[in-house]
Design a protein around this ligand. Structure first.
Ligand code: ADP
Ligand code: MG
Ligand code: ZN
Length: 493
């Protein structure tokens, strides 16, 4: 029998607020000495009282709106009780039955069909988002030399949890969903999505069912502590293979919570169904129920920036970009903004946005890759890209010379016009000058000229190339073409 994987993801993302979720400690703890960003609240000392971080709530609602969720009028915080040395209070303040948002979705471009001829709009796969809620991060444990150390700096950092529906059916879909989710968080500016710094973590729920079936398997496994996209992908692949083997043997998959052993590349059981956690959720008595007014939601909604899908659609519709180009240019918010600015700068001067797209995704990306640079370190200003294209359009430089100029712009950040002037790169469109160069080239290549006259007309390309070479590529190619062919024609008569 053939099986189909069913995958649901729980993604945790730290929010980029200045202070922590329930106290005034700085949430920017990266690189700080251990246990310096702490107070009685995040240390979990008895009697300390939490207060809600308003911006964290707004970021969560903003994210939920970006994922097309509905925002209930009331939300509530609850205590999730369990004991672990990284949980200072013995419970985590989270949200149980009244989360900040419900029922949204994320659209992904399904890799399986994206290369086919199916129209763009129909290629999208819709992955349900069950809820986006808000909770607090835990402290961090370090296991060294047989003992464990705790750093409480991370305790109480606002943590958003995005829970998907079990709508993904391949590892690739889980990967695309995660990337799209991260991209949107970064566009919104609510989370860095930096997995190396632990700002984004995954839990994967996996089950298998007979292909064609539409019911969910009663048992699934949950893999916790996946700290990177790579770990999520590998763990999910491994778990699908493991469950497939069990089913093919005629066995049954047990409901389990598992961990991912990064070193050995295997999933390991953490707890089975019998010892399943009972978190004894109950409403957090120290926090009031949160009233989410419609005016507040509308205000947050008005702050939603243009998101990647909308950007791509606009670029394709208005500028005629291909889906591929729109995709690479919108991958990062900063690059998309750079491109948008360059297009704006070129608008009054009839610079084609498609040509700008080619320069950014071609030459600029190549140079950035070669020099290992991010967009904010790029010295070329968006307006200068438009300037360069104007120089090509008005015949001052050829496309080839423009590439040389572009490299120089990249190194120095100087204006293309200045570079062309200083280096004497302007195109030679002087008919008289080109005529005498062509004359000389024909005289120096009698054999090729004879071949041409004998009927081998393709040799003209070589002679034109020689003239271009003699001018170090600066001659106006159209003009050279015309002059050389004219001369050859004349010799024929
Ligand atoms: P719990 O209440 O135990 O946390 P949920 O039903 O809320 O479990 O689901 C948690 C996650 O597990 C969600 O992301 C959901 O999509 C996923 N999930 C639920 N059922 C399945 C299943 N049969 N196979 C794979 N994933 C599932
Ligand atoms: Mg879970
Ligand atoms: Zn604190």
């Amino acid at each position: 029998m053939e099986y189909e994987p069913v995958i649901g993801l729980e993604v945790h993302a730290q929010l980029l607020t200045q202070s922590k979720m329930f106290c005034a400690c700085s949430a920017d703890y990266a690189g700080a000495p251990p246990n310096t960003h702490v107070c009685p609240v995040c240390l979990g000392l008895p009697g300390a009282l939490p207060t809600i971080n308003k911006l964290a709530v707004e970021y969560t609602i903003l994210t939920a709106l970006a994922f097309h969720c509905s925002i209930p009028e009331f939300a509530k915080f609850d205590r999730k009780n369990y004991h672990y040395p990284d949980l200072m209070k013995g419970y985590q303040i989270s949200q149980y039955d009244l989360p900040l948002s419900l029922d949204g979705y994320i659209l992904i471009d399904d890799a399986g069909v994206s290369k086919s001829q199916i129209p763009e709009a129909e290629r999208r796969v819709r992955i349900g988002v069950r809820r986006v809620h808000l909770e607090e991060d835990t402290a961090k444990l370090f296991h060294v030399d047989g003992t464990s150390l705790v750093d409480v700096n991370r305790s109480g950092v606002p943590l958003m949890e995005i829970v998907s529906e079990p709508d993904m059916h391949s590892v690739e879909e889980a990967r695309l969903y995660s990337m799209k989710l991260r991209q949107i968080l970064r566009y919104l500016g609510v989370s860095s999505g930096d997995m190396e710094k632990g700002a984004m973590r995954f839990e994967a729920n996996i089950s298998l069912r007979p292909k064609g079936s539409t019911t969910l398997s009663q048992t699934r496994t949950e893999i916790k502590n996946l700290n990177s996209l790579r770990a999520m992908v590998h763990a999910t692949e491994y778990e699908i293979a493991r469950q497939t083997k069990i089913l093919e043997r005629g066995g049954t998959v047990e409901q389990e919570t598992m961990g991912w052993d990064e070193a050995r590349n295997v999933t390991v059981t953490q707890r089975s169904k019998e010892e399943a956690h009972d978190y004894r959720y109950f409403p957090e008595p120290d926090l009031p129920r949160l009233e989410v007014s419609r005016a507040w939601v509308a205000d947050i909604q008005s702050k939603l920036p243009e998101l990647p899908d909308d950007k791509c659609e606009r670029w394709m519709r208005e500028y005629g970009l291909s889906a591929y180009d729109a995709g690479v240019l919108s991958a990062e918010k900063e690059i998309a903004a750079y491109y948008d600015r360059a297009v704006d700068e070129g608008k009054q001067r009839q610079v084609d946005p498609k040509v700008i797209a080619n320069w950014v995704s071609g030459e600029l990306f190549r140079l950035m890759k070669d020099t290992n640079a991010e967009i904010d370190a790029v010295k070329i200003k968006p307006a200068q890209i438009a300037d360069l294209i104007v120089l090509i359009n008005n015949g001052t430089i050829s496309n080839n010379i423009a590439k040389t100029v572009f490299e120089e712009m990249y190194l120095s950040g100087r204006d293309p016009g200045v570079i062309v002037q200083e280096k004497g790169l302007a195109q030679i469109s002087d008919r008289g000058a080109l005529d005498s160069i062509a004359e000389k080239v024909l005289a120096e290549n009698p054999k090729q000229v004879a071949d041409y006259l004998a009927g081998k007309e393709t040799i003209a390309r070589f002679l034109i190339g020689q003239v271009m070479k003699a001018t170090k590529g600066q001659a106006n190619p159209g003009l050279v073409n015309e002059i050389v062919l004219q001369k050859l024609q004349k010799m024929k008569q």
